[in-house]
Ligand binder design. Structure first.
Ligand code: SF4
Length: 409
C-alpha cells in the first residue's frame, strides 16, 4: 500500500474544521502528550494555539537542541537547467513563459560546484526543470558522477522519475531526493498545473517511495504555501511525513515549508500565510516530529530567518541563485528561448546587452546575504554552521559529541 491510499482515506476537511474550532484547553491537552497524533497537530496549528505560541516555541527550541545540538547545516541549490515541459502557474520556468533558458553541460555544472565549494559548501542540491529532452536521466547521472568525487552530499530536486532511473543516480553518488507535492489539494493542484506530466497528482505523491526503493537515504517533502489553505497543506504534509517515517524508516526525513515568491509570469498567491502562522507551523512540526530535519530557504527574508533558526530549523540554504550559471556565469554564451522543445536563438537586439544577460531564475530570492554572512549570523546566534551533511554522525552519536564532531570537520 502506498501513501496514495492513506491520503485518499484521510478526512482533511474534518481535520481542518477541528483545527479551526479547537479551544485553548484542546491545545494544552495536545501539548501535554508525549506522542502527538495528527489531531494533536491540527490543534497546534489552530487559531487558539496562537495564544500559546510562546510555550510552543520554547518547547520547540529545547527539543531541537536536545535532538540536533546547537548546529545549523548549510546547503546551496545548484540549478542545472531551467527548461521545463510543464506549465505550473506559480513557477518562472513554466513552459509558456518567454524566458532566457539554458542547460549547463556537466563541465559547467562542475564549475558552479567548484565555486560553491570554495565558499565552503559540501552539501549541494541539484535543481532543474522537468524536460526529458534537455534533462534526461543519463544527463543527471553524468552530472552526479562528475561531482561525487569531491562533493560528499548530493541531493536532487528534479522531475519525478522511475525507480530504475533513481537507482542509477544513487549508484552515481546521489544520496538525497527532494520532491514537494506543491499542494495536497487535488482541486487546486488541477487548477495550477495546466499542462504537462506534472498534472498526475498520484505519480508525484508516490515519488518519495520510489526514491526510497532505489536506495536514497535522505528524503525531503513539503508543500508550497500560498496555493491551498495553509492548514490543509500542513496537515497533509504531516500525514505524509508520518507515513514516510513508518514505511521508509531507514531514510532521514526533512520537511520544507516554502512560501511563494515573485517570479516570471507574475502569479499572485491564492491564499495568505502570515509570518506568525509560519512560526506557529515550524513549532508544530518540531513538536510533532522531534527527529525530522526542518529546512528554511532564502525565499524567506533575513529577519524572519534569523528569528526562526532557534525555534526548530536544522537546515538552511545560503547565498542562493535560482538561475543556471548563477554562481559563475556558466552557460551565458548559449542562452536561448525554447518553443515546443525547439531551441530559438536570441536575436541581435537581445544579444546587444549580452554582458548583463543571464538565464532567468525560478523565483526572486528574499534573503540576499552571502554564504559567509549567513555563517557569521549563525555564529552570532550561538550556533555552529556546518557545511557538510553529517547524517551518519547525527544518527549514531549523542548531541554533545555530535556538535564537537561536526565543528571539527
Ligand atoms: S515547478 Fe517545476 S515542473 Fe513546474 S514549471 Fe517550475 S520547474 Fe517546471
Amino acid at each position: 500500500m502506498s501513501f496514495v491510499n492513506e491520503f485518499n482515506a484521510l478526512v482533511l476537511p474534518d481535520l481542518v474544521a477541528c483545527s479551526l474550532s479547537a479551544t485553548a484547553a484542546d491545545v494544552r491537552l495536545s501539548l501535554s502528550r508525549s506522542r502527538l497524533s495528527l489531531a494533536d497537530f491540527a490543534n497546534l496549528i489552530s487559531p487558539a494555539a496562537k495564544e500559546l505560541l510562546e510555550i510552543m516555541s520554547s518547547r520547540s527550541q529545547q527539543l531541537t537542541q536536545r535532538r540536533f545540538g546547537k548546529v545549523i547545516r548549510l546547503f546551496a541549490p545548484l540549478y542545472l537547467s531551467n527548461e521545463c515541459i510543464n506549465n505550473c502557474k506559480y513557477c518562472g520556468f513554466s513552459r509558456d513563459n518567454q524566458i532566457l533558458r539554458v542547460t549547463l553541460s556537466p563541465e559547467e555544472v562542475r564549475r558552479e560546484a567548484d565555486a560553491l565549494m570554495l565558499e565552503g559548501f559540501r552539501n549541494l542540491l541539484l535543481v532543474s526543470g522537468e524536460h526529458p529532452k534537455f534533462v534526461s536521466p543519463v544527463y543527471l547521472t553524468d552530472c552526479v558522477r562528475l561531482l561525487h568525487r569531491d562533493v560528499p552530499s548530493i541531493s536532487l530536486e528534479v522531475g519525478p522519475m522511475e525507480t530504475k532511473d533513481y537507482r542509477s543516480l544513487v549508484e552515481a553518488g546521489a544520496d538525497g531526493l527532494v520532491v514537494y507535492q506543491e499542494t495536497y489539494d487535488r482541486g487546486v493542484y488541477a487548477k495550477v498545473h495546466t499542462s504537462g506530466p506534472k498534472r498526475d497528482f498520484d505519480w508525484r505523491l508516490e515519488t518519495p517511495e520510489r526514491a526510497y526503493a532505489a536506495g536514497f537515504r535522505r528524503l525531503g517533502v513539503g508543500a508550497l504555501f500560498g496555493l491551498g489553505d495553509w492548514r490543509w497543506e500542513a496537515i497533509a504534509v504531516a500525514a505524509h511525513a508520518d507515513y514516510l517515517l513508518r514505511h521508509c524508516w531507514k531514510a532521514h526525513l526533512t520537511v520544507s515549508l516554502p512560501r511563494l515568491r515573485p517570479c516570471a509570469g507574475e502569479f499572485q498567491p491564492l491564499t495568505a500565510f502570515t509570518d506568525r502562522q509560519f512560526t506557529q507551523l515550524v513549532c508544530a512540526f518540531r513538536l510533532m516530529f522531534p527527529d525530522v530535519g526542518l529546512v528554511l530557504s532564502t525565499r524567506e527574508p533575513a529577519r524572519l530567518r534569523d528569528g526562526l533558526i532557534p525555534l526548530g530549523i536544522t537546515l538552511l540554504s545560503a547565498g542562493s541563485h535560482t538561475e543556471p550559471g548563477g554562481y559563475t556565469g556558466a552557460g551565458r554564451d548559449k542562452l536561448h528561448h525554447t518553443k515546443r522543445g525547439r531551441i530559438i536563438e536570441l536575436g541581435a537586439s537581445e544579444w546587444a546587452g549580452a554582458s548583463e544577460l543571464h538565464a532567468t531564475g525560478q523565483f526572486e530570492i528574499a534573503d540576499q546575504r552571502s554564504a559567509s554572512e549567513i555563517s557569521g549570523m549563525i555564529r552570532e546566534l550561538g550556533y555552529e554552521p556546518v557545511w557538510k551533511d553529517w547524517d551518519l554522525v547525527i544518527n549514531s552519536t549523542p548531541p554533545e559529541e555530535r556538535a564537537t564532531a561536526m565543528t571539527q570537520s
